[in-house]
Write a protein of this length. Structure first.
Length: 292
């Protein structure tokens, strides 16, 4: 029997049909709610309502796609000029709609997710709380933005954290540290990305794992734990020495305390592409205040 040959023109038509069907299928990304978000193509107009997501988009080299951000997104400097669309928890729905985004990036905990979807907008809800979350989010945004080297970028960040850890002497491992994240006594637990960073740097967190990622800590708990070193942001330090029993703690008596500037705090509390910088800030604190 003679072999059947498909005409070249028919093969070309089939190839074009296959490519067209792929394009028609568009792009699908599953967010942290487990919702599959379908888009006809990679979004060109993006509103980001969480600073860590804003920074990740820019780290992936796609800052130019941002058309609006939340009021707290301030890095890199170019995003400060973008229209502000409220906060992550309290987004300005009207402002977001007016920006005509292809997709809105926001936290799963935001009150605006369902309202925006009801108005027909595409919403990708992601809220990194751990290092693994930050890595996964970078991969998801890399998929969304069609940036193929997202995992390579993450490996560079992870290597930076490792280098910061290796810069510390063995003596750091005996340090017992309390990190206060925000006003009201909210601390970094061992399961949070900040707590994970502390573990990688080799110090001991006085907050026990059973309390969760960001527990609200009773001031007496800290007094009983009597940490060697306290880390706190300048926004929260006022009145700290007047808390019951705190003036007797070793860290305050010996002034072994790091008060981070607002800019440093922004770096430290955002689980995203500046985590290597956060590790360096924390390592410098440990070297200068904890090991003297």
């Amino acid at each position: 029997m003679k072999a059947t040959h498909i005409p070249r023109w028919l093969s070309a038509v089939a190839l074009l049909w296959w490519a067209g069907s792929l394009h028609a299928a568009g792009l699908q990304v599953t967010d942290d709610r487990g919702v599959v978000v379908s888009l006809p193509q990679s979004p060109q107009r993006i509103v980001s309502l969480l600073p860590s997501l804003t920074e990740t988009v820019c780290e992936l080299g796609q800052c130019q796609r941002l058309v609006g951000v939340d009021r707290y997104s301030n890095h890199p400097a170019s995003v400060r000029a973008l229209p502000k669309a409220g906060g992550g928890i309290d987004p300005n729905i009207e402002a977001i709609v007016a920006l005509k985004p292809d997709v809105v990036l926001m936290a799963t905990s935001s009150r605006g997710v369902q309202r925006l979807e009801a108005l027909g907008l595409k919403v990708l809800a992601m809220e990194p709380k751990s290092s693994a979350d930050a890595q996964r989010v970078m991969g998801k945004l890399g998929q969304l933005l069609e940036v193929p080297d997202a995992h390579r970028i993450w490996r560079a960040i992870d290597a930076g954290v490792m280098a910061a850890a290796q810069s510390l002497p063995p003596g750091a491992r005996s340090l017992r540290v309390y990190y206060e994240v925000s006003a009201g006594g909210y601390a970094a637990g061992t399961q949070s990305f900040i707590g994970e960073m502390m573990t990688r740097l080799g110090v001991q967190n006085i907050v026990t794992p059973d309390l969760g990622p960001f527990p609200r800590i009773n001031p007496e708990y800290v007094v009983r734990a009597n940490p060697d070193l306290i880390m706190i942001g300048a926004r929260n330090v006022q009145g700290m020495a007047q808390r019951p029993g705190w003036s007797s703690m070793k860290a305050l008596r010996e002034q072994r305390m790091c008060v981070f500037t607002e800019a440093e705090s922004d770096v430290l509390v955002r689980p995203g592409p500046r985590m290597a910088e956060a590790a360096r800030v924390m390592a410098r604190c440990i070297n200068e205040k904890g090991l003297r």
